[in-house]
Design a protein around this ligand. Structure first.
Ligand code: CDP
Ligand code: CDP
Length: 226
């Protein structure tokens, strides 16, 4: 089987990371969570108390960060300069500020270059907002995952309750809608369907159905997967 790349984009809660991780596992590919990279930069910016609009300083910080992603049975771990920040980057503070950091053009330039390097050898499943349009425009397989905001918020609620975190559906809907708005309206690399991407509406679909869908699409694009 040739080494190809799969680009998966979509809004928060569409199922990107879960589906990308499982698809990578099935193909023995590497999974790269680009959202985790934007989150890690945001976490560092908050930790150092840098103003969210200090673009140059934030880009410098991003450039100094060495990212490594490791997929384990329970999920994906992210290390920055050797430190495991998997838990820290999921905090509410990071979630509410990440879209502001992700709209800074020089920060995007730095992270996009790192992501392109990570995928240069092929055999990667990468998820984010601009993978099919900007990071990997030549990816053999491109998918735009969507789901209704109701369903996406319910998924998040379920996930948070499982972790013992109390929140409510309306609040999650507001949080997701606010992030969707910034991510799809920003001037640099907004969330858009790449012209050659296939849209998969995952509302009512199981995770396994979505993974099979992407594997079928991959067969159509590149041939047998064995
Ligand atoms: O997992 P969730 O959908 O909550 O978001 P994420 O994938 O962890 O991404 C967090 C944020 O990073 C997004 O809301 C975007 O603002 C930004 N992001 C981006 O701008 N471009 C990417 N390729 C990936 C994430
Ligand atoms: O990465 P993104 O924000 O797009 O979504 P995710 O973190 O992969 O998925 C959010 C939650 O939805 C996870 O708890 C998944 O298990 C769940 N999910 C689902 O219930 N059905 C799907 N078809 C996809 C994801």
């Amino acid at each position: 089987m040739q080494k190809f790349n799969i680009a998966i984009d979509g809004p928060a809660g569409a199922g990107k990371s879960t589906v990308a991780r499982l698809t990578a596992k099935r193909l023995n590919f590497q999974y790269i969570d680009t959202g985790a990279m934007y989150r890690a930069v945001t976490w560092e910016v908050l930790r150092r108390q840098i103003p969210m609009d200090d673009e140059q300083r934030i880009a410098e910080i991003a450039a100094e960060m060495d990212f490594s992603l490791e997929t384990t049975a329970s999920g994906t771990k992210i290390y920055v300069n050797g430190r495991d920040v998997t838990e820290e980057i999921r905090s509410e503070a990071v979630t509410s500020h990440v879209s502001a950091v992700a709209q800074l053009p020089s920060v995007r330039d730095v992270l996009v270059a790192k992501q392109q390097k990570m995928a240069a050898a092929g055999g990667v499943v990468m998820d984010g907002r601009d993978i099919g349009t900007k990071v990997l425009p030549e990816a053999e397989v491109k998918v735009l995952l969507t789901a209704s905001i109701e369903e996406r918020a319910k998924r998040r609620l379920h996930e948070m309750r499982a972790k013992g975190i109390q929140t409510d559906l309306e609040r999650l809907k507001r949080e997701i809608a606010a992030r969707d708005k910034i991510d799809s309206e920003r001037s640099v690399s907004p969330l858009r369907k790449a012209k050659d991407a296939v849209t998969v509406d995952t509302t009512g679909m199981t995770i396994e159905q979505v993974v099979e869908n992407i594997l079928d699409l991959s067969r159509t694009k590149v041939g047998p997967l064995e």
